[in-house]
Write a protein that binds this ligand. Structure first.
Ligand code: ADP
Length: 482
């Protein structure tokens, strides 16, 4: 167990209908620290039956929750937000222990997670309907918004708190109840958030968290007709599977899937700003984010100066356990994640890439950040998501060429482009087939803006004025007045 100021935040039980439940007969799973493999605790291995119980609890809690005013629900969400910030240090320590990211990034993520509760506490009061000018004098046409109902959320390990807040925030604000399955690697952040939801006074059954058998929990969530919506963040492969599983009950779905972000630097870019941007977009969370720069395209005229400065900055990154002072890059989440990055590196070198620095594995699952030049579309790092600290640099000549290269992927989540030519910035923004485009900056996520992808990167949007729409049904009322 970790040494937290508030020890009750490390929960080793799941929250179902307001009760903390253990493992019954199924046993427990260990949770390990990716920095050293040490066991930091255990969590219940729940399955289909317990998930169905949680869904029942969410269904029971629904009528009273949706009957509250949006203002009353918002007040509770706001309290949840406040509690996250009050316990930011403990929550960050918990996150770094189970996820590995540097403490400063964990603190930042708790703030980011809390921001969604605050934002949606406010947005809940703005789920306006409409009055449609009538085509018949004896009729009145109205549109109202109503909560979808019981929602299920399946979340990944790379943002253990924020991915939950981005779903639970709008769901609760809209009047929905929710059953959450966090990633097996990072359950404690979710369970601590559930504990704080209870302390905030959110009624029993409104927020439920189950840990354990991913497949069995996913099956119960997708097959149950009581669950009206599934929101998933994770790999494209699992997302497609859950989408198929949801077809039989025609659920609403939101999918935040993989990315393969291009980071494009034109000759006319501000070199220093572009280097700063790529450092942020590539190495945050050790490269383990779906909006990380995956392919760095640099125009010929600035290529050598850019790669030289990039290598200088990458050499300054300190690799180590996330709770150590001054560390920028923590461990990979597990051994297969580190293996995959090294395989991509080997593949790139075998196909003519040149390693400028990095690429060593240290103390288990730590990787030193690597930069390679001479990258080509034939390499695995062009077509696959790397999800690690490997920066491949591709040289290009023209705008048309780089647009074609950037779009030559089934993914369409985030793209970044550096140029000081206003016309080009506009053309690139339109031509890039991505849900989000950063122009002259490498960080686009914020609760006020719509996060999401096109093509095989997903369905739906999270955050912003659009995020709550995914948790609302549109009802049309046609009223005869005579
Ligand atoms: P990652 O590569 O980020 O681990 P995954 O898509 O495997 O991405 O995991 C994202 C989430 O999906 C996690 O909570 C994981 O436990 C869950 N998951 C994995 N496999 C399944 C499955 N078969 N059914 C339901 N959920 C699953």
């Amino acid at each position: 167990m970790l040494n937290l100021k508030d020890a009750a935040l490390q929960r080793e039980a799941c929250l179902v209908g307001g009760e903390w439940v253990g493992a019954d007969d199924n046993g427990f799973d260990d949770v390990t620290n990716p920095a050293d493999g040490s066991v930091i605790g255990r969590i219940p291995r729940l399955g289909e039956a317990e998930t169905l119980r949680a869904i029942d609890a969410a269904e029971e809690a629904l009528p009273a929750w949706q009957a509250l005013t949006a203002k009353a629900r918002g007040a509770l969400l706001r309290r949840w937000h406040d509690l996250l910030l009050e316990h930011q240090e403990d929550l960050a320590a918990l996150m770094t222990a189970e996820q590995g990211k540097p403490l400063a990034e964990s603190r930042g993520e708790i703030g980011f997670a809390a921001s969604f509760f605050e934002w949606f506490a406010e947005e809940g009061r703005r789920t306006y309907g409409d009055v449609i000018p009538t085509p018949q004098s004896d009729r009145r046409l109205l549109v109202v918004k109503q909560p979808v109902g019981v929602c299920a959320a399946i979340t990944p390990w790379n943002f253990p708190a924020a991915m939950i807040a981005r779903k639970a925030g709008p769901a609760l604000a809209a009047g929905c109840t929710i059953v959450i399955k966090p990633a097996g690697q990072t359950p404690y952040s979710a369970l601590a958030m559930a504990e704080l939801a209870m302390r905030a006074g959110i009624p029993a059954g409104v927020v439920n968290v189950v840990t354990g058998e991913a497949r069995a929990i996913g099956k119960a969530m997708t097959e149950s007709p009581k669950v009206r919506k599934l929101s998933f963040t994770g790999s494209t492969a699992i997302g497609k599977m859950l989408l198929k599983q949801s077809a039989d009950t025609v659920k609403k779905v939101s999918m935040e899937l993989g990315g393969n972000a291009p980071f494009i630097v034109f000759n006319d870019a501000d070199l220093e700003k572009a280097v700063e941007g790529v450092m942020q977009a590539k190495f945050r969370n050790a490269g383990q984010t779906c909006v990380c720069a995956n392919r760095i395209f640099v125009q010929a005229g600035i290529h050598d100066a850019f790669t030289e400065r990039l290598a200088e900055e990458v050499a300054k990154l300190k690799v180590g356990p996330g709770n150590e002072e001054g560390v920028h890059v923590g461990p990979m989440i597990d051994a297969p994640a580190a293996d995959k990055v090294l395989e991509q590196l080997e593949d790139a070198l075998a196909k003519g890439g040149k390693l400028l620095l990095g690429g060593q594995r240290q103390n288990g699952n730590f990787l030193t950040p690597a930069v390679i030049t001479g990258a080509t579309p034939q390499m695995a790092c062009f077509g696959e998501e790397t999800f690690g600290p490997l920066a491949p640099v591709f040289r290009f000549e023209s705008e048309g060429e780089v647009i074609a290269l950037a779009n030559a992927t089934e993914y369409g989540l985030a793209a970044y482009c550096y140029t000081r030519d206003l016309g080009r910035a506009w053309r690139m923004s339109e031509a890039l087939e991505y849900g989000m485009v950063g122009i002259n900056n490498g960080h686009v996520s914020t609760c006020e803006a719509p996060f999401g992808g096109i093509k095989q990167s997903g369905l739906g949007r999270e955050g912003s004025y659009l995020g709550i729409e995914d948790y609302l049904e549109t009802k049309y009322i046609n009223m005869a007045i005579e």
